[in-house]
Design a binder for this molecule. Structure first.
Ligand code: S3P
Length: 190
């Protein structure tokens, strides 16, 4: 069971939700928990949640893996940029972005300009464990996932670090990470 927020916490969540004039965009590596935490966070804030990869798959009528294999990564990144721009315009409460979105210069500039970027920073062992549960991620299919995720973490950290809010994607209840995001945004808005 996850803890039920106390009245004071609920008041804080409501106050923050009322101040949010742009979507919260979760960024970070595959397995960091962007979708699960994002869903929880949106629920706490009483706002809508959308997963950018799901929206891309819906628009393309293809899975992310199929887009990668049939058209290549550059094509996927173009579609990803357009879809994220649309989702920001639609003013969803929380958007979970794919792990490479914030590395693309234009997508990152868009998110930094029109959303509140939050980096869910997660240790390598947790990323490896979580991504190992399913086999749908094209970038982890060709090689040792631990080696690939370690390299991506080193390469992408300088970009993720540009997000104004950073939280640790701890193990344990998603509510705890969602709450850390709420606190991080509260501090950033001050
Ligand atoms: C990618 C991450 C995936 C998906 C695609 C590429 C990446 O999203 O967008 O497979 O470049 O890190 P998740 O981070 O939601 O797994």
């Amino acid at each position: 069971m996850e803890p039920v927020p106390e009245p004071a916490a609920l008041a804080r969540i409501e106050a923050l939700s009322a101040r949010l004039d742009r979507p919260i965009a979760l960024v970070g590596l595959m397995g960091a928990g962007k979708s699960t935490v994002g869903r929880r966070l949106a629920q706490m804030l009483g706002r809508s949640f959308i997963d950018a990869d799901d929206a891309i798959e819906e628009a393309a009528r293809l899975s992310v893996a199929e887009i990668f294999s049939e058209f290549g990564e550059a094509y996927f990144r173009d579609g990803e940029r357009r879809v994220i721009a649309r989702l920001i315009e639609e003013n969803h409460g929380v958007i979970a972005t794919g792990g490479g979105a914030f590395v693309d210069d234009e997508t990152r500039a868009l998110i930094l300009d029109k959303a509140i970027a939050v980096w869910i920073d997660c240790d390598l062992a947790t990323l490896v464990e979580r991504t190992g549960r399913r086999d749908h991620r094209p970038l982890l299919r060709d090689g040792d996932p631990e080696e690939i995720l370690g390299r991506l973490l080193r390469e992408r950290a300088p970009y993720y670090r540009q997000a104004p809010v950073r939280v640790e994607g701890r193990k344990g209840p998603h509510t705890r990470t969602a709450w850390a995001i709420i606190e991080g945004i509260e501090q950033w808005l001050q």
